[in-house]
Design a protein. Structure first.
Length: 188
């Protein structure tokens, strides 16, 4: 299945923006000067507008490319997207460990597909799961979490899902890398 953009292990290193997860349920979180209260409803609303994640921020479809550029800087790769009327941006955030890719509509500059690729032996599953949650606008549910772990632990080759207006896939892309892709329904 030709879902991925151009994610590979070649490196042009950008720096991942480190964030600190909440130490406990009783404390709030501050990310780059942004206060994230512990109230779940407020945090969910903030997550849908500001990418968060444990280490690797994720962007959900519908995000303007200016925000991605502001967060990650100049992409390692800019190329025509696989899908008609799209442009692909790729970042190798942690060389040989984590790459992220984005497909933007050429006219609106809105994100149509967001993806990440993780080397399973060098990246904690929690990091990938938090990135997935951020890519979904903090709408991760138990079913998708279970599907994620089934793939990450090698119990199945891939897991596909639909969540509201998103479609997604979690799959092995090589013997040591798991790929996550989220896109607007109707893109493929």
């Amino acid at each position: 299945m030709a879902v991925g953009l151009l994610l590979s292990t070649h490196s042009l290193a950008a720096t991942a923006i480190p964030t600190q997860p909440a130490a406990s349920e009783a404390t709030s979180t501050v990310i780059e000067g942004i206060y994230l209260p512990n109230n779940a409803a407020i945090r969910e609303n903030v997550c849908r507008h500001i990418p968060v994640g444990y280490g690797i921020p994720g962007f959900q479809p519908g995000t303007h490319r200016k925000l991605v550029r502001k967060m990650f800087g100049v992409p390692a790769i800019v190329a025509p997207g696989y899908w008609q009327n799209t442009t692909a941006w790729v970042y190798h955030l942690m060389p040989d460990r984590v790459s992220v890719g984005f497909l933007f509509d050429r006219h609106s500059h809105l994100l149509q597909q967001t993806e990440a690729s993780f080397t399973t032996e060098q990246v904690e599953p929690r990091l990938a799961l938090e990135t997935l949650n951020s890519m979904l606008g903090c709408q991760l549910n138990a079913e998708i979490t279970q599907g994620f772990y089934q793939v990450w632990q090698g119990k199945q080759q891939q897991y596909s899902f639909t969540l509201n207006s998103y479609q997604g896939i979690i799959q092995w892309e090589s013997s040591d890398r798991v790929y996550i892709g989220i896109w607007q329904q109707g893109l493929h």
